[in-house]
Design a protein around this ligand. Structure first.
Ligand SMILES: Cc1cc2nc3c(=O)[nH]c(=O)nc-3n(C[C@H](O)[C@H](O)[C@H](O)COP(=O)(O)OP(=O)(O)OC[C@H]3O[C@@H](n4cnc5c(N)ncnc54)[C@H](O)[C@@H]3O)c2cc1C
Length: 394
């Protein structure tokens, strides 16, 4: 049996970063990746350009049953630390809206960078390592299709449940349970909503139409683009809201964020009295959407000039445009979710090292832990930061 200092199970963002940090400290490190390639999610991320971090990273951008847990790791390996690494490797990147940093060319640049760092620090990476089984006596023994190994530190970085066709598995959660660690309930996050009935018919007719909107789920509001799809609602604002939504709850859509709809409608009644509501609203919303909204929000005044619509009806319409209440049927689930909410309970882990409190030498990092980021590069930053935190001590 081959003796190694550190075994990292899972060659994704967090696992590779942890391996590099441990390798830099002179530890003998082996990464066991179950699929035929490392970093498949990095490859598909950000539309192929990997939104690798966000300049606005701060703890409030993360969802966890303990909102303080992520602070230590995020403060010790920051977004600027990762940007420095990207710049050291001369990877061209740019900032999109909201502090999101993307590769100019391809996500492949990030994977190549991580593999080069692994090479320079003597980290061994083994792919197609499936059927992994772990046992523990004085050390950890890891048996898999690629051999049997023993190590003093075992890092589990097998990610969440989202996108099963990309190799996502429940391995990490099962391993945590094997060592009696508590898991908070997992559910899909950053995921589109499905709807049923007449709302579904409306979404099908509007499929492909998008507009800026503020969407509230729970007590949290996001303002970004909303997209109607054949299944329901998507776009960045919906993905963000989905992580704060509980089944059976309504979401509130403000179709005119930052606009005083009452003033707009009452003002237009004075200045454009002959105008139809549909024509007026088509200046600020997509025409196809306005055509659908008129049967929902002002059915009695579809053909009336503004001058003939009572002020009170215009006020009610303004309210409807700012507070469109919709009950999603469900989310699209792990098939399309960008992230898995919940995971290994933060009470079980040291926030400084990500080591299990009850099982010394066993570490859980990345998406597997009950820390999930909002949309915009935050999930990778958590993977880098938590990977570094463990990599410094294993
Ligand atoms: C479509 C999509 C786009 C995304 N875009 C972005 C983005 O632009 N920015 C951002 O911040 N986040 C993005 N995310 C989220 C981000 O990809 C994840 O949060 C991040 O990859 C988590 O890193 P991780 O290392 O914890 O897990 P992963 O990157 O999922 O890595 C886990 C690794 O473990 C391996 N593995 C799984 N099971 C086993 C097993 N049993 N044995 C051995 N190996 C195993 C997997 O094959 C994988 O290589 C996106 C996610 C998706 C699905």
């Amino acid at each position: 049996m081959e003796q190694i200092d550190v075994i990292v199970i899972g060659g994704g963002a967090a696992g590779l970063m942890c391996a590099i940090a441990a390798g830099q400290r002179g530890r003998r490190v082996l990464v066991l990746e179950g699929s035929n390639k490392v970093g498949k999610k990095i490859l598909m991320s950000g539309g192929g350009r990997c939104n690798f971090t966000n300049t606005h990273t701060e703890p409030s951008r993360f969802i966890s049953s303990n909102p303080h847990f992520c602070k230590s790791a995020l403060s010790r390996y920051t977004q600027q630390d990762f940007v420095n690494l990207v710049e050291k490797h001369r990877i061209p990147y740019h900032e999109k809206a909201l502090g999101q940093l993307f590769c100019d060319d391809s996500s492949r640049d990030i994977i190549a960078m991580l593999l080069r760092e692994c090479g320079e620090t003597g980290v061994s990476v083994v792919t197609d390592a499936d059927q992994i089984a772990v046992s523990h006596k004085h050390e950890y023994t890891v048996r898999c299709s690629r051999g049997s190994f023993s190590c003093s530190s075992l890092v589990v970085a097998t990610g969440g449940l989202s996108i099963p066709r990309m190799g996502a598995s429940d391995f990490g959660y099962r391993l945590a349970r094997q060592f009696d660690l508590h898991i908070t309930e997992t559910r899909p996050g950053l995921v589109p909503f499905t709807v049923t009935g007449t709302l579904h018919e409306l979404c099908v007719r509007l499929s492909g139409v998008s507009c800026r909107a503020a969407v509230t789920a729970g007590n949290t509001t996001f303002t970004e683009d909303l997209l109607f799809t054949h299944r329901g609602l998507s776009g960045p604002v919906i993905l963000q809201a989905s992580s704060y939504w509980s089944p059976g709850e309504d979401i509130i859509i403000d179709l005119l964020p930052g606009v005083e709809a009452t003033e707009l409608l009452l003002g237009a009644k004075r200045t454009r009295p002959k105008s139809l509501i549909r024509v007026l609203l088509s200046d600020v919303l997509p025409k196809a959407l306005v055509a659908e909204l008129q049967t929902l929000f002002w059915p009695s005044y579809q053909h009336s000039p503004l001058a003939e619509v009572p002020d009170e009806s215009l006020r009610q319409l303004a309210h409807a445009l700012h507070c469109w209440s919709i009950r999603p049927a469900a989310t699209e689930g792990y098939r399309t979710a960008e992230v898995t909410l919940g995971g290994v309970h933060t009470d079980e882990l040291s926030s400084k090292t990500l080591e299990s409190k009850r099982q010394p030498g066993l570490y859980f990092i990345g998406e597997l832990v009950d820390v999930s980021g909002q949309l915009g590069g935050y999930n990778f930053q958590w993977a880098w930061s938590s990977g570094q935190a463990a990599g410094q001590v294993v």
